[in-house]
Design a protein around this ligand. Sequence first.
Ligand code: HCA
Ligand code: CU
Length: 380
Amino acid sequence: TGRFQIIESTLREGEQFANAFYDTETKIKIATALSDFGVEYIELTSPVASPQSRADCEAICKLGLKAKILTHVRCTMEDAKVAVATGVDGVDVVIGTSQILRDHSHHKSMAEITETAIEVVKWIKSQGVEVRFSSEDSFRSNIVDLLSLYQAVDKAGCDRVGVADTVGVATPRQVYKLVRTLRDVVSCDIETHFHNDTMCAVANAHAALEAGATHVDTSVLGIGERNGITPLGGLLARMIVESPDYVKSRYKLAKLKEIEDLVADVVQVNVPFNNPITGYSAFSHKAGIHSKAILAKPETYEILNPSDWGVKRWIHFSSRLTGWNAIKSRAGQLGLIITDEQAKQLTQKIKAMADVRPLAIDDTDSIIRSFCLEHQPEDQ
Ligand code: HCA
Ligand code: CU
């Protein structure tokens, strides 16, 4: 799981989020920020979707960003031609392979799907453009059919095959099994795409990488259809724990918050309080036992280092759970010096007040201040 690449789909899957409307300028801003951040690929909405989508795709290709630009289309020759004509570095093609999608969406047999897929893959490659073939709803597809389809497109020269949990049904164990099997069947790269309906999207991406996948689809804050896909920040939080050097060398982690704030603003949502890394409380420590240990050695209760991400740790000192170490530390931050014994005494006072009503930071600070004033050493 050391090395992996990110296919950032805020501008494709993310546009399928209920609130998303991106004008050209916004798309350029997001694409530029993501490229600067270090994602390897940026995936854009199909140019077939609308005239503006096509014009925006062409405009982003012309920016000369460091990230490779992809667009995402149905697996047909007509769509592939429009996609290649935009000037993208790569085309991601997709078609549903589960029985339910074949019956109710496009009505094609596996034989027809395979035939078209081979034709499309070969043609895109012949244009000197990278190509990925993905099966929508992979986890509700027949595994034997699926593997022979992937094998056929691999032989046809595909750069990547994609596994997509379109409905968010897969578990990490199922993902591991499918990707592990697929790893032995194709020689090309393996991309994965996980919806988050049951909150397994990060765990599934991780399991896929463990099993030999090479690429993960993400979006900023996880935005996408329904409740979205693997979030960029969540994936990186997961991956930095086991591959710190790789993740730190590859991505400008301190820019994550800025990108999330940008996208949150564009789609008019708040960053969730419990978001990994950037959530309001992601690095806040409250209980006395936790605060004491965090003050002595942050690794006691933090596997992620906030300074890697340019965000700050916060030690609570305003509740009935507060311990004296946090109060002593806060006094120090306020430029006041107290002994351990005094800090313990002061903490009892703060706990007693916090038992009656919620204490604001300012309240606690003034309690600390007046306590210290009262207890100033006489001879100073
Ligand atoms: C969809 C398509 C997709 C495609 C994923 C992929 C999905 O909107 O249904 O190209 O790998 O989730 O299947 O986003
Ligand atoms: Cu999707």
